[in-house]
Design a protein around this ligand. Structure first.
Ligand code: 4AD
Ligand code: MG
Length: 477
C-alpha cells in the first residue's frame, strides 16, 4: 500500500508502475463508459484521481453508484499526466470496497457551517477545513519541539494532578474518586453505615485524593521551575485545565500549553525567545503546509498568508503597561469607544488588547511591567514596588496568546508576597526552597497552543482548533 503523499513525493519514480492506495471517496462520477473516484487517504491535503473503465473494471457498476464516504482499496497503474491539472492519476485495475456509507451520512452537503460541524465531532475531521487545521496543529507541535530541542532545552512532563494553584485565581477543577472501596470519606462510620452506597452527604469533597485535596493543574510552571534549577533551560508541553465559566471564542476548560522556563534569564530573554519561537513555528508551517494554508487563505481568512509572511519577517512591538494605558486613554479622548473603562490599574480586556495590537501597533505586541495587583504571586517585583516584570504577547485577531514573566527569585520578597496575598506558605514550601538553595534570576512563559493554532489558521473559534473541545457544557465523546 502506498500513501498518496508518497505518490506526490515520488511520482517520477512511480509513474507507469502498479500501486495500491487505500482511502475514502470524496466524490464518484459516472460518465457511462468510464468514471472517476476522487480519493483521499488523509496522508496529505491533495486527493488522488482514480480513473475507472467500464470494460476493465469488473465491479464498475457497484463503484460508480457509491455516494458519501466509502472506504476503498484501489490497485492500478500510476499514469503521469503532466499537461493536466493533477500531475498523475490512477488507472484502476481492481477496486475493493471495505466499507460503504449509509444513506443518512450527515456530511453529504458541501460547505457545512462550522456550527453544524461542531455537532458532528466524530465526523468533522474528514472535511477539508479540519484536515487543514489538524495537520497544521500537528506540524506546529513538532516545530515547537524542534525549536526547543535545537536550543538544548529539556522537555519535562509536569503532573496534571496537583494541590497548588499556580495562578492563584481559584479556577481549578477538583479531582475526586467514585471508587466505593476507596471513598473520599468524612468518617469510617459513614462508610460502615452506607454499606458501599455512599451519598454526596457522606463525602468530604475537600479530601478526595486519598485523603487530600487535589485539583487538575492550571499550569505546569511551578514544576518546570524545579527542573530549570537543575537543567537550566526546560519546557513543558501538555494539557492544562481551567474552571473558567467563560463562554467565549478563545477559552476552553481543557487546553494545551507550552511553558518554557530559563535559568539565568530575565524578561528580555523571555521575550526574545518567545518571538524567535513564534517566527520559527510560523515559518515551518508555511514551508510544510502550503496546500492547507492556501485553502484557509481562500475560504477562512483572506489575509492569512500576507499576515504570516509579515509576522515571520518583522519585529514585534514592545510597550510597557503604563504606556499602553496612555495609548488607550488617548484613543478614548479621540472618540474611540470601549465597553470597559480605561485607567491605570485595570486588567486589560480583550477589546483593549485588540485595539493595541490591531489598531495601534498593527503587529504582535508585548505589553510589559503590569501592576502587581493584577498579576500572579510569583512575578518579580520591579524597583518601583508597584509593577512586576511580566509580559503578555498580544496578536491581532485574538489578543493574548502568551503570558509570562521574570520570576521572583528573592526569598524574602517572595515570602512577603505570599503572606500579603493570604496564601498558605506551607503549600509552597518546595517552591520557596528553590529560593533557599542556589536561587538565580530566571524567567519563563506560557503559550496557549490553541490560540497559536487559531493564529496560524485564521480560525476564529477555539472550538474548531481542538480535536474534541471541552468548553462550557461540552464534554461528550
Ligand atoms: O496567562 P496564563 O494564565 O499564564 C500562566 O498560566 C503562566 N503560569 C504561564 C507561565 O508563565 N509559565 O496562561 C498562559 C496562556 C495564555 O496567554 C493563553 O494563551 C492560554 O494560556 N490560556 C488559555 N487558552 C485557552 N483557554 C483558556 N481558558 C486559557 N487560559 C489561558
Ligand atoms: Mg494571562
Amino acid at each position: 500500500r502506498t500513501k498518496i503523499v508518497e505518490l506526490y513525493r515520488r511520482s517520477e519514480e512511480l509513474g507507469g508502475q502498479a500501486v495500491t492506495v487505500a482511502g475514502w471517496t470524496k466524490s464518484v462520477r459516472d460518465m457511462k463508459n468510464f468514471g472517476f473516484v476522487t480519493l483521499n487517504d488523509g496522508s496529505c491535503f491533495k486527493d488522488l484521481q482514480v480513473v475507472m473503465n467500464r470494460e476493465a473494471l469488473a465491479n464498475y457498476d457497484e463503484i460508480s453508484h457509491l455516494s458519501g464516504y466509502n472506504a476503498l482499496v484501489c490497485t492500478g497503474t500510476l499514469k503521469l499526466t503532466p499537461d493536466a491539472q493533477q500531475p498523475f492519476e490512477l488507472t484502476a485495475q481492481t477496486i475493493t470496497v471495505e466499507g460503504t456509507c449509509a444513506a443518512d451520512y450527515p456530511l453529504q452537503k458541501k460547505r457545512a457551517t462550522v456550527e453544524f460541524l461542531r455537532t458532528q465531532q466524530h465526523l468533522r475531521p474528514r472535511t477539508n477545513l479540519f484536515r487543514a487545521v489538524f495537520r497544521i496543529r500537528s506540524v506546529a507541535a513538532a516545530a515547537i519541539h524542534s525549536f526547543f530541542q535545537e536550543r538544548d532545552f529539556v522537555y519535562v512532563n509536569t503532573p496534571l494532578i496537583t494541590t497548588s494553584d499556580c495562578e492563584g485565581a481559584g479556577e481549578m477543577f477538583r479531582v475526586t474518586t467514585l471508587d466505593p472501596k476507596n471513598p473520599p470519606l468524612v468518617s469510617a462510620e459513614a462508610a460502615e453505615k452506607s454499606g458501599g452506597a455512599l451519598t454526596a452527604g457522606d463525602v468530604d469533597w475537600s479530601q478526595d485524593f486519598f485523603g487530600k485535596h487535589a485539583s487538575l493543574t492550571v499550569s505546569g510552571q511551578l514544576n518546570a521551575e524545579n527542573f530549570a534549577m537543575a537543567f537550566g533551560d526546560v519546557y513543558t508541553f501538555g494539557p492544562t485545565f481551567r474552571a473558567e465559566n467563560s463562554n467565549t471564542t478563545r477559552h476552553a476548560a481543557e487546553f494545551w500549553m507550552i511553558e518554557p522556563e530559563m535559568a539565568f534569564a530575565d524578561l528580555n530573554d523571555y521575550m526574545d525567545n518567545a518571538e524567535a519561537m513564534l517566527k520559527y513555528v510560523l515559518t515551518t508551517v508555511m514551508e510544510k503546509c502550503p496546500d492547507e494554508l492556501a485553502m484557509l487563505n481562500k475560504f477562512v481568512d483572506k489575509g492569512l498568508l500576507d499576515r504570516l509572511h509579515h509576522v515571520a519577517t518583522s519585529d514585534f512591538a514592545r510597550v510597557s503597561y503604563t504606556e499602553a494605558v496612555k495609548i488607550l486613554e488617548k484613543a478614548v479622548a479621540d472618540g474611540h469607544k470601549f465597553d470597559y473603562p480605561v485607567s491605570w490599574g485595570i486588567d486589560l480586556q480583550t477589546e483593549h488588547e485588540r485595539f493595541l495590537t490591531e489598531e495601534h501597533f498593527k503587529r504582535p505586541t508585548f505589553v510589559t511591567d503590569y501592576p502587581a495587583q493584577i498579576k500572579a504571586f510569583y512575578m518579580r517585583m520591579n524597583d518601583d514596588g508597584k509593577t512586576v516584570a511580566a509580559a503578555d504577547c498580544l496578536v491581532p485577531g485574538i489578543g493574548e496568546i502568551i503570558g509570562g514573566s521574570q520570576r521572583e527569585e528573592r526569598l524574602d520578597v517572595l515570602e512577603r508576597r505570599i503572606h500579603e496575598l493570604g496564601m498558605n506558605p506551607e503549600q509552597y514550601k518546595y517552591y520557596l526552597d528553590l529560593r533557599r538553595y542556589g536561587s538565580c534570576k530566571h524567567a519563563g512563559y506560557g503559550l496557549g497552543f490553541e490560540r497559536l493554532v487559531m493564529y496560524l489558521t485564521g480560525v476564529g473559534n477555539i472550538r474548531d482548533v481542538l480535536p474534541h473541545p471541552r468548553t462550557v457544557g461540552n464534554a461528550d465523546f
